[in-house]
Design a binder for this molecule. Structure first.
Ligand code: PLP
Length: 355
């Protein structure tokens, strides 16, 4: 399918300070958008970002049939934007689509759409080290009908946003024994809107108590650790690095997968298995818990400085933490092209569209 391009005649770029961008609020000039008419994706186009007209009975607004992705393009030394593992994001979008009764998108076309949009918006990618273009693909139902049934029509769009170096302070987590994010058999493995809506209230409660985020436990026994916010989680216990095994309730992060691969390439032992919160408390008590960190596209790796569970406050000694830092440097280096891409994770966006 050909992608029609309608360019803005008034770029907002001259009015944007790329060295100081609030995350999530500044969009580039254009978006990719196409429609599914019940049979096929049609009318693929890149056009100026604008408001959408939505009918009040739009199915997404009422029943949440909506999925998304989050990825980044960073520039290398020569200024070429590099996509990081775009085919993995295409596969995960399609896995989310299947779970939510939505149409899939051909992997190559998904990558082509992103490539053309990033190509057109390349001037929006900040030069500063650690900066990038955040890419947000989104698919949602567009039928206008009040009934709980899968939509026949959908819209798929891609927004791009310049983002600065994303540094996060080490975080304090509250392991909740009251609220859950997702249960086995539910939609926790899909990047679908409702999961994030479900997390808002417990996260707000945790924040009022002085925590940064909730550490989610399983929905049956409140025992096994799942993940945190929009990050997967890793524990360094003794000489092992342990991360919860995806069981259908955990989002399968692409950063998670990259970390596991890199750690094994470094000859470190990584184990994917169920991890209970009691095991973490015990490891803390007997001094073998060395480091805890989260993984995700936005911040890459975030150190955890405290986990609170019931009456236990586990305060982690960050001077012992080194693995998260090493991983962050490795992934950032690969994404920016300063470390050799030996695993074929990088796809450069060469100049095609007429600027
Ligand atoms: C997106 C996301 C992650 C991290 O996935 P990455 O592909 O590494 O960015 C983890 N957990 C949740 C709930 C997410 O939405």
């Amino acid at each position: 399918m050909e992608i029609r391009i309608k360019k803005t005649n008034q770029s907002r770029l001259p009015h944007v300070d790329l060295s100081n961008i609030p995350f999530g609020r500044v969009f580039t000039d254009h978006m990719f958008i196409m429609d599914f008419d019940g049979e096929a994706w049609r009318n693929a186009r890149i056009e100026p970002v604008d408001k959408l007209r939505i009918h009040p009975a739009n199915l997404t607004l009422h029943y949440g049939q909506s999925i998304f992705e989050g990825m980044k393009a960073a520039k290398n030394e020569e200024g070429v934007p590099l996509l990081f593992r775009p085919e993995m994001h295409a596969k995960r979008l399609n896995a989310s689509a299947r779970r939510m009764c939505m149409p899939e998108i051909e992997e190559e076309f998904f990558i082509e759409a992103i490539t053309q949009l990033v190509d057109l918006e390349r001037r929006w990618i900040p030069d500063m080290d650690g900066s990038a273009l955040y890419i947000r693909p989104l698919m949602f139902a567009t039928d206008e009908f009040l009934g709980v049934a899968p939509s026949k029509k959908f819209t798929f769009l891609i927004l791009t946003l310049p983002v600065g170096p994303y540094y996060t302070e080490p975080v304090k987590l509250l392991a909740s024994d009251q609220y859950i994010r997702a249960a086995v058999g539910g939609v926790g493995e899909a990047k679908t809107a409702g999961n994030y809506a479900a997390s808002l209230f417990p996260s707000e409660l945790a924040q009022k108590q002085g925590f940064d985020q909730v550490l989610w436990l399983d929905g049956v026994e409140f025992k096994y650790i799942q993940e945190v916010g929009t990050m997967n989680i890793f524990f360094v216990i003794g000489n092992q690095i342990i991360t919860p095994e995806p069981n259908g309730a955990i989002l399968k992060g692409i950063t998670r997968d990259s970390f596991i691969t890199i750690l094994r390439d470094w000859d470190l032992e990584v184990v994917e298995r169920p991890v209970s919160i009691d095991e973490i408390v015990d490891a803390y008590d007997n001094g073998t818990l060395k480091e805890v960190f989260g993984s995700g596209t936005a911040a890459v790796a975030v150190n955890v400085k405290q986990i609170t569970y019931k009456d236990s406050d586990l305060e982690l000694d960050l001077s012992k933490a080194s693995i998260a830092d090493r991983l962050k440097q490795e992934i950032s280096g690969i994404r920016h092209g300063s470390i050799d891409d030996t695993r074929d994770w990088i796809k450069p966006v060469l100049e095609q569209v007429q600027a």
